[in-house]
Design a protein around this ligand. Structure first.
Ligand code: ARG
Length: 492
């Protein structure tokens, strides 16, 4: 798949590049874009919407802060493993290509099947829902929990999905620039909250931290859910791996972006949580889904409206980052023939995976429709599926160390780290089974339901003629309407 390697990373379509008329993804992202992609995707809805659930499930302030810190450690360890994989197999598509190399097409197919249909669109939908809720917060205070305003929130979410899709389809540069702008916005919000917290602590408001382990939960399953909500806020730590083909000098920039980005986010998250508790009581944190707004209302007076606006831009940036990587996963799975081929087309002038972007957005829109599509239910489904595959991908790292020790590994992680990450993901998969066996079971069932699809469409290729004709017509139509084409490869 990789034709040659130079210090800029692998060259995939060499002849086409030389011709100058190259249609394909280009290396346009530097270190700053890399860090922004990680930080900008990680900080999104979670730090403003999850604290309630982390507190509720862990029962005490002490355990809440421990959970938030451990989530950061786990994200860091996981990302270091991904840095090894990403520099060893520097192709876009991340987990998908690693699993393909290590375990072959079926597990890779199940990954892309689950991710493309459930994980990515549900992420996109959850974040945009939070966006909608916070955006109308200044107009309808306390609306986050009001049933009657849900249609408005969902409409705003749908609008956000549309705008993000449009920008990502229009230009990689614009998507990356937007990412930088929103990353700055959310850092402002985070820093405001942190300073507020430190000032309050300095003034002696430490009541929440007394007897901080009272009421700690004893249920292993509930701690698992506390982690699910915390880890949602950290999710996105593997995001840059989706864009290694577009990263300048990936061997340096991938690990460096990870090592700068993730500790930065962890410190911020722990400090922001301390700020919440320095202003609000644990009981208040537990009952508000818009904790940052409650804090602002308490302290910022007439300026309280700035917080929901910053939170809205923070979620918008995270949605942009998620869409960016989501589109690239669909693209790379389609390129391997695991999804209809037309999804691997690229805009001839703008070099963006336009059909893939469109596809992700349409499923995200559909996810907004059911009445039950709330923040927490979507997160439980999302996290279970996500950690099944994070675990599998890190197993792929261990397996490749054993099976292909000769492969070049420009960045190599210490062996205990992947082992620890695998153990942590086993815990995260098994623990919630105690609390909600049905949800986890359904999720597992969905993953396995990919097997018959794989056999019919990919392995035996017993696709009805009428369906192939339909796809061929669709491909042709897309090429005409959207000016897209299949990327050129070495053999063309
Ligand atoms: N951590 C983000 C948030 O708090 C969600 C990131 C979704 N994950 C992803 N890979 N894009 O909203």
């Amino acid at each position: 798949m990789v034709d040659e390697i130079n210090e800029e990373g692998p060259v995939i379509e060499t002849k086409a590049r030389k011709k100058g008329s190259f249609v394909g993804l280009q290396r346009e992202l530097g270190l700053i874009s890399g860090i922004s992609l990680i930080v900008g995707t990680m900080i999104g809805s979670g730090i403003f919407a999850s604290p309630r659930y982390v507190m509720e499930h862990s029962g005490s302030v002490g355990l809440t802060l421990i959970v938030w810190s451990l989530c950061g450690v786990l994200a860091m360890l996981g990302a270091l493993c991904y840095a090894e994989l990403g520099t060893m197999i520097p192709l876009c598509g991340a987990d998908y290509v690693y699993m393909l190399q290590a375990f072959g097409p079926l597990p890779a197919f199940l990954y892309s099947w689950t991710t493309v249909i459930v994980i990515q669109p549900s992420q996109f939908a959850i974040i945009c829902l939070t966006f909608g809720a916070y955006l109308i917060e200044p107009i309808f205070p306390g609306c986050g929990d009001r049933e009657d305003l849900q249609p408005v929130v969902k409409l705003l979410a749908a609008l956000a999905i549309g705008v993000i899709m449009f920008v990502n389809a229009a230009s990689v540069k614009w998507a990356a620039r937007m990412q930088i702008v929103f990353t700055v916005c959310k850092m402002v919000a985070i820093i405001m909250l942190i300073i507020t917290g430190l000032v309050r602590l300095g003034q002696g408001f430490t009541a929440s931290f007394e007897n901080s382990f009272n009421n700690t939960t004893k249920s292993i399953g509930l701690v698992g859910y506390a982690f699910y909500n915390g880890l949602w806020a950290y999710d996105g730590w593997s995001n840059l791996n989706y864009a290694t083909e577009e990263l300048k000098n990936p061997y340096r920039n991938l690990p460096l972006s990870i090592m700068i980005g993730i500790p930065l986010v962890t410190v911020c998250y722990v400090l922001v949580n301390i700020a919440y508790f320095a202003v609000l009581t644990p009981a208040e944190v537990m009952t508000t889904s818009a904790v940052a707004v409650t804090l602002a209302d308490r302290l910022y007076g007439v300026m309280a409206w700035v917080i929901p606006i910053f939170v809205a831009s923070s979620t918008f940036g995270a949605a942009n980052g998620s869409a960016f990587s989501g589109g690239r996963l669909v693209f790379s799975a389609a390129r391997e023939g695991h999804l209809p081929k037309f999804l691997a087309m690229i805009h001839t002038k703008r070099h963006t995976p336009l059909p893939a972007m469109l596809f992700t957005s349409i499923i995200a829109w559909i996810m907004l429709l059911p009445n039950s599509s709330s923040f927490e239910t979507l997160i439980n489904y999302f996290s279970f599926a996500a950690w099944v595959f994070y675990g599998c991908t890190v197993c792929a790292l261990l397996w490749l160390r054993y099976k292909k020790p000769e492969m070049k590994r420009p960045y190599k992680v210490a062996l205990p780290i992947p082992i620890l990450v695998v153990l942590a993901s086993i815990y995260l998969i098994v623990a919630p089974f105690y609390e909600a066996p049905l949800e986890s079971f359904l999720c597992l069932l969905f993953i396995l339901a990919g097997i018959p699809f794989y056999l019919v469409f990919v392995y035996f290729k017993i696709v009805p003629q009428s369906f192939s004709d339909f796809l061929a017509r669709l491909t042709f139509k897309l090429q005409k309407i959207f000016d897209v084409a299949f990327p050129e490869r070495e053999d063309q």
